[in-house]
Ligand binder design. Sequence first.
Ligand code: ADP
Ligand code: MG
Length: 622
Amino acid sequence: MRFLSLLFRNRLAAMGAVVLSLIVLLVLLIPVLPLQDPDVTNTADRFLPPLSEGHLLGTDHLGRDLLARLLYGTRLSLAVGLFAALIAGTIGSAVGIVAGYFGGRIDNVIMRGIDMLMAFPYILLALAIVAALGPGLLNALIAVAAVNIPFFARNIRGITVGLAGREFIDAARLSGMGHGRIILTELLPNVLSTIVIAMSTTVGWMILETAGLSFLGLGSQPPQADLGSMLGEARSSMITNPHTSIVPGIMIFLIVMSINLLGDGVRDALDPRLRSGALARPQARTMVRRKAPLPADDGKGLLNIQRLETQFHVGKRVYRAVNDVSLHVNAGECLGVIGESGSGKSVTALSVMGLVASPPGVITGGAVRYEGEDLLAAPYESLRKKRGEKVAYIFQDPLSTLHPLYRVGDQLAEAIQVHHRVSDAEARAKAIELFRSVRIPNPESRIRNYPHEMSGGMRQRVGIAMALANDPDVIIADEPTTALDVTVQAQILSLLDDLRRERGLAIVFITHDFGVVAQLCDRVAVMYGGRIVEQGTTTDILDRPAHPYTKRLMACVPELGGGKRELAAIPGLPPIVSDLPPGCAFAPRCHKATPACREGEIALDGGDARAVRCIHPEEEIA
Ligand code: ADP
Ligand code: MG
């Protein structure tokens, strides 16, 4: 259903589908239509023009009814083209999957065979096959299918090779599945959409090729009509009686055109990447559509996020991922942003530099000021220059942000050269220096490593080195240590802390771990359901949490050496941001909630030093 609605949103594809269905319908109705016998000759009625008595489309050089021949011929051409595509698709895909899955020598032998087929010019090969087998429609079909096998085999092999090395195939092997089963149940479903796409875009071609062979007299044999042979027979009278060639010509055009339009539509609708993004690519920066007037510049901090509102518009749903969030950070300061998964931390961070994917992301309110300048209104070029140069990011998983095929040193050098005109040698020297500053041992040899040759901790150091490459003033670290084990985590944290002291960096540190906050941060903001529910200095928040959410979040952290105690998990789940309840988003999970908590807006009470969004705080704040 979703597939069909996507397909028909594409007007051209819908048009192709309509035209093709009409043609197919006509052809299927042949037995009940009052048609004349397509093969009966009547030399008295040669070359009657269209709209003659008894012959709607006229007659050909032997006096045969053109309408009947056209419909019979169309049926034959469609059937042959479709059948050839099915054969070529099935054999080609099977060959491709086997070659890609087994790899090694089998792959080599099969693919060299395919290469040999491809070495011949396409149409010559088809001609040679028909010449060897003898003319006839069936042989033309075999020839057309054969020359198209390499296309499918190459295509599908490429995809299979990529899939065969993935973990889910290993898992299937470990579970004891045989090769046949793995191919049928694990690989085939993953390549099926590609096969369908390839087929739908080549059927038109194959119909043309069969028609071409018939045109040359190698396909259907007289008196049998197909579109190609009709054209071939009409060739000698093209000038004197053009309708005999125009009629099959228009039909070929309509069929191939509609199949190709439909095929393109099918490809778009089946492609998962295009499907999720609603057939659009993300823009270079997040869309900004602010309704309320800009908050005035209050001059706080080096980076100042004021009343930020970021939403995702998916169809009719609106996900309010970030709601009225204000944060600022000064040079040399570390601000912690903490909250459960899904509370809007990453979206807040990405909004700063316009990195939230649009569509579906939209910034609907607030301002992001860097040294007073509103980045959301800044021209794209100015924003691009600041990315990496003034404000840099460190992400959770460096394996997914580093390019797998380039050496880490080259990637680091590239990051430098995007913003500075320096020679390769200088960039390399700078890369080594950066590696040293993030305490990677043997930087001279390490820069020649590929990302997969490094451990998680080393890769995260590369990520930090990359963020430092252009001496930024602000670093936004989005759960940089979540994927690391505790000892490496401690090293990375102390590294960030040193860098902050040495370089006067401002750090926004996003995490879900209070232990990390305690080690590194000066101030903390606690987020829940896209809002800040509490903020204050780290000591205040850790010693006297005011919001019930903060308190219970901390109760979830096990304490070493604190003796045995029951760990209090928070019951329930974080809210879904497309459907936030009125009032406090935490109320449904809160043991202190009263009816008042569930109605109206609850303000963030207090100042920058200490504030809480709760009407029954655990602690009175000054
Ligand atoms: P976290 O605090 O774990 O970093 P995020 O900032 O990544 O959370 O996500 C905040 C909310 O935004 C989540 O509830 C998530 O469901 C929603 N969200 C994120 N990306 C999208 C998207 N592309 N479409 C719809 N909702 C999204
Ligand atoms: Mg996140």
